[in-house]
Design a protein around this ligand. Structure first.
Ligand code: ADP
Length: 570
């Protein structure tokens, strides 16, 4: 019998296709960016399309070759979005640098990735200078918020574009010192780009972007996304039972574009023609609330710490802001306290918790309501379920690996959450594939301890490194934190394991009171008692000024563990 073959076209999945579609179908959709002076700059998708292709053409003219890494050191704004599509369109690989890391670490990461060019915001040039000697870029392209290029040819030198942007006089250089890389002005490059641009030919598995894990629990590792993984991730995010994106949405990505591609949402939003509102460098709660009034979003995304601060600012000044009616918010990257979900619900805002990692592109799971649950849950059960990490998307396989093999989905048995799928990393850039992060049978070991319930919802109990081992039992720091943050006088809380002579480790709760609130340890312990066994309760409560944050804005428990390493139990 004749063998049968698929009759479908073997057209590779391509990010360029998404850009073409957006440019043709949604020329009037908008991209709004908040500038450092807090004014708003508006572009249409027609501008986005033209400028992105101009960027790609300009990069080629500068000598960009296929596979070359172009780093970005930028806030969330339209030019960063142009890099998202323009660098891959030229055949390059966009590498988003995390501007909240220590300069030495940024330099190390840029070097490890082998970045050739850099696109940098003018207001971040002082940061760039602090790691410029750790890694030499061949060219530095400066995005100037002022917009107008510096006059004259000298604009392509560091003296004019760089120092002028930083408001400093050009510095003389010692003879023999390595020449600084030439500086280019972003707008000038675009204005001069050749008009006859054609996309670089590519395979669907060619790389488009890379991002390093933020190293909360170890050395940063490079994850490299492909055309294929990015397109599949975008399509998957957009599904109605997932993020449910459409061209009618106004999306405000508060998650930095250097943190796991702002959860992939900029790609998905452009694919569908959604309006985008970027907060630029202004991420304080009051600034975000102001922006929400000016350009009301229908969808926002960010880590829980940002939303905690935002709702507290909003409620501390009643009547000043109104949260946009019907807005939905995707919150993840760390456990989302149930109290936060309830607080937003009182303002008519739906929070959907997601779980993911830089390695998972990053959307691994997201909360949505299955029809069989509809109407069957009381209010408390409903909120408890919303505090779970949701359901994996259709292309993400999950399993819970216990000591004796995969665990049943019974909601009780916990083990390591392992994942696999076409937008999940199977290795790290420049690392031994046998790094211990991947199983022999091809799954990513997430380092998260979780259970899955019979309905398929994932409950993240903790990070392996954050679990508290008390005697022979494990205590979930996440559950304690959620319960503490439900107390009305608590602004934020982190629970850590502290070494204990008898029990190995015991929980210490670090609690931040709301401004002006009076709360003592005894009262808090009484508040927690009904929900926990006695041995699960923290042995001590420390009231602190603020919980330290990681470079991606999450609670930095490793820092707290360091602080309390010498803690003496009473
Ligand atoms: P980092 O490891 O530096 O935080 P990532 O941003 O890649 O870098 O974080 C991934 C990790 O964040 C996950 O492995 C998990 O521990 C945590 N995380 C993400 N979403 C959630 C969630 N909804 N609940 C609990 N933890 C989460």
């Amino acid at each position: 019998m004749e063998t049968i073959r698929s009759t479908m076209m073997p057209v590779p999945l391509s990010l360029n296709r998404l850009l073409e579609h957006a440019g043709r179908q949604f020329p009037q959709s908008e991209v709004v960016s908040r500038l450092p002076d807090k004014s708003l700059r508006r572009h249409t998708y027609s501008d986005l399309y033209r400028r992105t292709r101009a960027l790609a053409a300009a990069l080629r003219q500068l000598g960009l070759r296929k596979g070359d890494r172009v780093a970005t050191l930028c806030w969330n704004h339209h030019a960063h979005l142009e890099c998202y599509f323009g660098i891959p369109a030229a055949g390059g690989v966009m590498h988003t640098l995390n501007l909240r890391l220590a300069p030495d670490d940024i330099g190390w990461i840029a070097h490890h990735a082998g970045d050739r060019f850099l696109v940098v915001d003018d207001i971040l040039l002082p940061l760039y200078r602090q790691f410029a000697t750790a890694h030499r870029f061949e060219r530095v392209i400066v995005f100037r918020f002022g917009g107008t290029p510096v006059a004259g040819e000298a604009a392509t030198t560091e003296a004019a574009a760089g120092e002028a942007a930083a408001g400093k006089p050009a510095a003389g250089r010692a003879a023999g010192a390595e020449a600084p890389p030439p500086f280019e002005d972003y707008e000038r490059l675009l204005a001069r780009a050749p008009a006859d641009f054609e996309y670089a030919a590519h395979d669907e598995n060619d790389p488009v972007a890379m991002c390093y894990t933020s190293g909360t629990t170890g050395k940063p590792k490079g994850v490299v996304y492909s055309h294929r993984s990015t397109v599949l991730h975008s399509l998957s995010c957009a599904l109605p039972d997932y993020v449910g994106l459409s061209c009618a949405d106004t999306v405000m990505p508060v998650t930095p574009m250097f943190h796991a591609n702002s959860w992939g949402i900029p790609y998905a939003a452009v694919m569908l023609g959604a309006k985008l509102v970027f907060p630029g460098p202004h991420l304080h709660p009051e600034d975000l609330l102001d922006l929400m009034q000016a350009e009301p979003p229908t969808l926002t995304l960010g880590v829980p710490t940002i939303w905690l601060a935002l709702i507290q600012a909003c409620e501390a000044d009643p009547g000043r802001w109104r949260l946009p009616a019907g807005m939905r918010s995707m919150v993840g990257g760390a456990a989302v306290p149930e109290s936060l979900i309830r607080q937003f619900a009182r303002h008519g805002i739906r929070i959907a918790q997601g779980w993911g990692m830089t390695e998972t592109s990053p959307m691994g799971s997201l909360f949505f309501e299955k029809p069989e649950l509809r109407g069957s849950l009381g209010e408390d059960e409903w909120f408890a379920r919303k505090a779970l990490a949701g359901i994996p998307g259709p292309l993400v396989e999950v399993r819970i690996m216990g000591e004796d093999g995969p665990c049943a989905w019974n909601g009780r048995d916990v083990g390591e959450l392992q994942v696999r799928g076409p937008f999940i990393a199977g290795s790290y850039h420049g690392e031994d594939p046998d790094s211990g992060k991947f199983t022999g049978d091809g799954w990513l070991r997430t380092g998260d301890v979780a259970a899955i319930d019979p309905q398929g919802y994932i409950r993240i109990a903790d990070r392996t490194k954050d679990l508290i081992k008390s005697g022979g039992e494990w205590i979930s720091s996440v559950e304690l934190e959620n319960a503490i943050m439900a107390h009305p006088a608590v602004a934020e809380a982190a629970v850590i394991a502290v070494p204990h002579p008898k029990w190995l480790e015991r929980p210490l709760a670090c609690v931040v009171r709301k401004p002006g609130a009076a709360l003592e340890a005894d009262e808090l312990l009484r508040f927690l008692a009904p929900g926990f066994a006695r041995w699960q309760l923290p042995d001590a409560i420390e009231f602190i000024e603020a919980v330290p944050r990681t470079s991606t804005g999450k609670f930095w428990k490793a820092k707290l563990r360091e602080r309390y390493a010498g803690w003496e139990w009473p």
